[in-house]
Design a protein around this ligand. Structure first.
Ligand code: SAH
Ligand code: SF4
Length: 368
């Protein structure tokens, strides 16, 4: 006979099994709040009531890949392509520095050509220089060789985001073309290389994908733990009409449920990985205008204000109805600080807000 545990009992356990996590993911309303209270307490205790900014610069939507879910995939011929000038990127980084953001994220479509690699290398050095080494830099530039990862690390990037998208090979393969460019094994290998190079390594998944069930999501959370990841950014999958996955849009959970499931994923992750950095994904805001602040309240501690020059934002639509595409960087940061205060947190202005887990993993003592 199977013993049925209550949510309270599960939350008292030291370790959660896949079945426990599945049970937590299925909770509704009052039971859900028990999870959120616990995760908010853990956040306060282990990483503090602070949210750190990463000014997000989406510097190009040119991409060589064809992920089935993504609006800027190479095969989307309706997409107008752009590539910010170095001056625009540097200016956005200066904006972040002058406004005490502490860190930036450089993100773009995936390219592995020499010109691109050298350009990123140069930009990293310039941004470090203009900020007296003070600005932290996260990059999110997809799968690259070990040599490229090392070069960029040496030039000043210290965190890297590469989502596994789904930790279940079969599901990963359903949402990517079946070729070498989109291999699950390569993605995993790249994550290992990033860790080996010395980056604070971040990954994540999309929540509410077609073919995805609670078991997949529970496995994703256990994968992060098993991999000993330092940072996670995960958010709802949002369909895009000009992508192959759109044909399954009738099978998806309603947006509100995808949103709630994403919040539960964040809360459970905070409970099982107490000292990592968890980003509040921009996609949350597409569903609920206060979505990112809700995630901060229940466990996330990193937020990525978009500081890409406004005219280009409409073309970086990984998914439809991406928020804040018509606001300037200033408007964004003013409203964001007020919203974070409403969620009960302070903004860690001028701080890198590194992952405490990373230092623990490296056996380096952390300053509080
Ligand atoms: N090219 C890089 C970085 C840009 S894409 C890379 O792929 O790593 C960044 C993230 O956007 C992806 O990892 C994916 O998880 C997310 N994304 C893409 N399409 C999406 C969609 N339709 N809904 C939600 N997130 C999406
Ligand atoms: Fe390119 Fe990244 Fe979109 Fe895949 S998810 S198509 S790699 S931008």
């Amino acid at each position: 006979m199977q013993i049925v545990k209550t949510v309270e009992e599960i939350l008292k356990q030291k370790d959660l099994s896949k079945d426990d996590i599945i049970q937590l993911l299925q909770t509704d309303k009052t039971e859900r709040n028990l999870i959120y209270n616990r995760s908010a307490n853990i956040k306060e205790q282990y990483v503090g009531k602070k949210a750190y900014y990463r000014g997000l610069i989406e510097f190009s939507n040119i991409c060589n890949k064809n992920c089935y879910y993504c609006g800027i995939r190479a095969g989307n011929k309706n997409q107008v392509r752009y590539n910010l000038s170095d001056v625009d990127i540097i200016n956005a980084a200066k904006f972040a520095y002058e406004n005490k953001y502490g860190s930036i994220v450089l993100q773009s479509g995936e390219r592995e050509d020499k010109k691109f690699i050298n350009r990123v290398d140069n930009l990293l050095k310039k941004i470090k220089q203009l900020s007296n080494n003070e600005l932290g830099i996260t990059i999110s530039l997809g799968e690259q060789t070990e040599e490229t990862y090392r070069r960029w690390f040496e030039s000043g990037a210290h965190r890297y985001l590469l989502r596994i998208e789904s930790s279940t090979k079969e599901l990963f393969e359903k949402i990517h073309p079946a070729n070498k460019k989109h291999s699950f094994e390569r993605r995993l290998e790249c994550l290992h290389l990033l860790q080996k190079t010395g980056y604070q390594t971040g990954t994540g998944v999309m929540i509410g994908l077609p073919f995805q069930d609670y078991g997949h999501l529970a496995d994703d959370l256990l994968f992060f733990k098993d991999f000993d990841i330092d940072m996670v950014g995960m958010g709802p999958y949002i369909e895009h009409k000009e992508t192959p996955l759109y044909q399954y849009h009738n099978t998806l959970l309603p947006l509100e449920e995808r949103f709630n499931l994403s919040l539960k994923m964040i809360a459970i992750l905070r409970i099982i990985m107490k000292d990592i950095n968890i980003a509040s994904a921009t996609a949350l805001q597409t569903i609920d205008p206060a979505g990112r602040e809700k995630a901060i309240k229940i466990g996330a501690n990193v937020i990525m204000p978009n500081i890409t020059p406004t005219i280009h934002r409409t073309n970086y639509q990984l998914y439809e109805n991406k928020p804040c595409i018509d606001e300037g960087a200033n408007d964004c940061s003013n409203c964001m600080e007020a919203r974070i205060h409403l969620a009960g947190d302070e903004v860690g202005f001028g701080e890198w807000g590194d992952s405490k887990h990373y230092y623990k993993r490296q056996n380096i003592k952390v300053k509080d």
